[in-house]
Design a protein around this ligand. Structure first.
Ligand code: GDP
Length: 472
């Protein structure tokens, strides 16, 4: 701004201070402040709004109800370890390989589809609530129905309860598959009894939870289970609009030696086509090829379809949500912007913050060569006295640099200045206001409050020589 107005930065900062804004030379100021500031110098500000491409594509435009078509339901299998989740997923998959496809090996891509009564069901192939919850933590909602597998011989176990709670927290309807009913010690009624304690009451007992006795081993009851899944799905009236750019979620991803980054994605709305450009988390892709769960190349994937996608710039994370954008440049631009933002956040989190408690170690490790201090005091005289005394503590190794001193309470602006310049704040007969306290906590800025100048000096001296008693 100073450059544009052909003024020196010092002049601009001075004017800002007169307007009550404490700014450093490379600090951003908001539009309102800039406008007032420019007026002070006799300029008029023209505001140009830079379009945020990311925001433009992030929000999902509402679909016209007329464009919506039924879509297959997406199912996750959860339950206690060894109760048969994997066996059940395998049994369902194998049962549904039709004669013509027999011999065709199904690929493990993290999800598969089966057809029952001419209706498709999509199964997520990573059993367990950990995967489910990890995705949810990333904001992804992919599951329409949770199958809770409970072994009839073992009954409700700790992870059964966890799975129930996770499904409930996500608001996902539960169908109970009482498994291993082929076993002589199977006791389905005991399972039903136990589940009532967690609010799951079987339909035949007057409740509204569908419970199906099955055996992954003998394949008994699997048809019933699929039937019930379709029934519960029907009640949800699941719909999507296939005629729009795709969006969905990354289910699995890895770096393949021959093919580069490979991700299985679940299309949740729209249709994904070969040649599309998409953004997923901090990565982007120009879809080079797509494979279905049988390893067959496909050109298009509609709602609720899992496909393996080639063409990613890097390996995305499971749970990353993706959306298609018009061109490669936009995809790259959004992904890079997000990656930069993430790097900045990580850098900020990793940057060592000075604090008096740790000063000596940081000096020793060579991380700190200068102790920057902001002084706030109740009167100018005290601030000045403190400043001179502290500056005299400078040694060969560490210089004490008072970057700002002022009169009055410690404010948010002081904290931001301290955070930006990695300084500590010393308050003499003043306190931080509520806002400042909150921001200081977030920015991890060390604030020290004193009533006696001598104590402040002693503390800094002790900290510099590693003799400060830690504060609890
Ligand atoms: P997960 O840990 O929940 O995925 O459980 P698995 O699918 O790995 O199954 C654990 C064990 O139970 C394996 O030894 C399976 O062979 C066995 N099992 C799974 N389903 C059945 C079933 O329906 N009947 C019997 N008898 N054994 C089963």
């Amino acid at each position: 701004l100073a450059e544009k107005m052909k003024k020196s930065p010092a002049e601009v900062i001075k004017k800002l201070m007169m307007l009550g804004v404490l700014a450093t030379i490379n600090q951003e100021i908001d539009v309102d402040t800039a406008t007032i500031l420019a007026q002070e110098f006799g300029f008029e500000v023209e505001v140009k709004v830079e379009q945020d491409v990311e925001a433009l594509f992030m929000q999902e435009p509402e679909d016209d109800p007329a464009d919506l078509q039924p879509r297959p339901c997406v199912v996750t299998v959860m339950g206690h370890v060894d109760h048969g989740k994997t066996s059940l997923l395998d049994a369902i998959r194998e049962t549904n390989v039709t004669a013509t496809e027999a011999g065709g090996i199904t690929q493990h891509i993290g999800a598969y589809q089966v057809e029952h009564n001419n209706k498709k069901i999509t199964f997520l192939d990573t059993p367990g609530h950990e995967a489910f919850t990890a995705m949810r933590a990333r904001g992804a909602k992919v599951t329409d129905i949770a199958i809770l597998v409970v072994a009839a011989d073992d009954g409700v176990m700790p992870q059964t309860v966890e799975a129930i709670n996770h499904a409930k927290a996500a608001g996902v309807p539960i169908i109970v598959a009482i498994n291993k009913i082929d076993r002589p010690d199977a006791n389905p009624d005991r399972v039903k009894q136990q589940l009532t304690e967690y609010g799951l009451v079987a339909e035949e007992w007057g409740g509204d939870t569908v419970m199906v006795p099955v055996s992954a081993k003998t394949r008994q009851g699997l048809e019933d289970l699929l039937e019930m899944i379709l029934l519960v799905a029907e009640m949800q009236e699941l719909k999507a609009n296939p005629d729009r750019p795709a969006r969905g979620t990354v289910i699995e991803a890895e770096l393949d030696k021959g093919r580069g980054p490979v991700a299985t994605v679940l299309v949740q709305n729209g249709t994904l086509s070969v040649g599309d450009n998409l953004v997923a988390g901090t990565t982007w892709a120009r879809v080079r090829a797509m494979m279905d769960y049988k390893g067959r190349r496909v050109k298009k994937a509609g709602p609720s379809t899992p496909v393996e996608v080639l063409g990613f710039s890097e390996v995305p994370h499971a749970g990353d949500q993706f959306f298609v954008v018009p061109d490669e440049k936009t995809a790259r631009q959004i992904a890079e912007k997000r990656a930069n933002r993430k790097r900045e956040e990580e850098f900020k989190a990793a940057m060592p913050r000075v604090s008096l408690d740790d000063l000596f170690n940081q000096i020793k490790e060579g991380q700190v060569k200068e102790l920057r201090v902001i002084i706030k005091a109740d009167v100018q005289g005290s601030a000045e006295a403190l400043k001179q005394a502290l500056e005299r503590l400078s040694t060969e190794e560490v210089k004490v640099n008072i970057i700002h001193q002022g009169v009055g309470a410690i404010t948010e602006t002081d904290i931001m200045l301290a955070s930006a310049s990695n300084a500590i704040i010393i308050g003499f007969n003043v306190r931080p206001d509520v806002n400042a306290r909150r921001v200081a906590e977030k920015e991890k800025v060390d604030i020290r409050l004193y009533r006696v100048i001598y104590d402040a000096i002693e503390d800094v001296k002790a900290a510099m020589s590693g003799l400060l008693e830690p504060e609890y």
